[in-house]
Design a protein around this ligand. Structure first.
Ligand code: SAM
Length: 203
């Protein structure tokens, strides 16, 4: 593909991916990041979102960058890398052994695109469901969640599930997301564990 505007801009600004600008634009719209926050970034490789989050939370904040693929270590000192599959059932325990619950959970996870849209959409939604399930273990009350989705038949059902846990749920397609791409981002604000749904880790 021809190297586009955001690709060039990412290179010139030292970001690892053009996706960085999607997160910057989401934050410009919803102002979710604050100094000193702890953030979990799911599907973080190669690391553009983690870099953006790292700069926004600052030196007193922390970003936990998680991917099943290798992530090259960062120059940013407030990013910790965890080389794990998000489907690993022990992931919440592993994280909570070291960190407290986090202020924001962001997920740009996506499958390798097969070209069969309904299959790709289904896998994408299952990754998003896993990310949403992880909020119940790892996200503080009033925390935020940003998650990539592909627009398709299962999208509305997922939005309904989001609304059970977030006081505000918005869909947003940042300008840096290619128009012809089915991707869209869901933003959940003010997390509340819904009645009876609080999830504790078994020791
Ligand atoms: C679009 S890339 C993320 C780009 C990243 N946000 C950035 O700014 O550099 C999607 C990532 O999701 C990861 N991924 C997909 N399924 C995963 C899983 N089950 N566990 C962990 N990571 C996964 C892939 O390895 C890939 O690195």
């Amino acid at each position: 593909m021809k190297e586009d505007f955001y690709y060039q801009k990412a290179r010139s600004m030292g970001y690892r991916s053009r996706a960085s600008f999607k997160l910057l634009q989401i934050n410009n719209k919803f102002s979710v990041f604050r100094k000193s926050q702890i953030i979990i970034d799911l599907g973080a490789s190669p690391g553009g979102w983690s870099q953006v989050a790292s700069h926004l939370v600052g030196g007193n904040g922390k970003v936990i960058a998680i991917d099943k693929a290798y992530i090259t270590p960062f120059r940013e000192k407030n990013i910790e890398i965890l080389n794990k599959d998000i489907l690993n059932r022990n992931l919440p325990t592993i994280i909570l052994e070291t960190y407290r619950k986090v202020d924001g959970l962001i997920s740009d996870c996506s499958p390798n695109i097969s070209g069969d849209f309904s299959r790709d959409h289904s896998i994408q939604i299952s990754l998003a469901r896993r990310a949403l399930a992880l909020t119940q273990y790892l996200l503080k009350d009033e925390g935020f969640f940003i998650c990539k989705l592909f627009q398709g038949t299962e999208l509305q059902e997922f939005i309904k599930e989001m609304k059970e846990h977030f006081k505000i749920t918005k869909l947003y397609k940042p300008a840096a997301s290619r128009k012809k791409s089915a991707e869209i981002y869901v933003v959940g604000l003010k997390y509340t564990a819904s009645k009876g749904s609080s999830v504790e880790i078994e020791k």
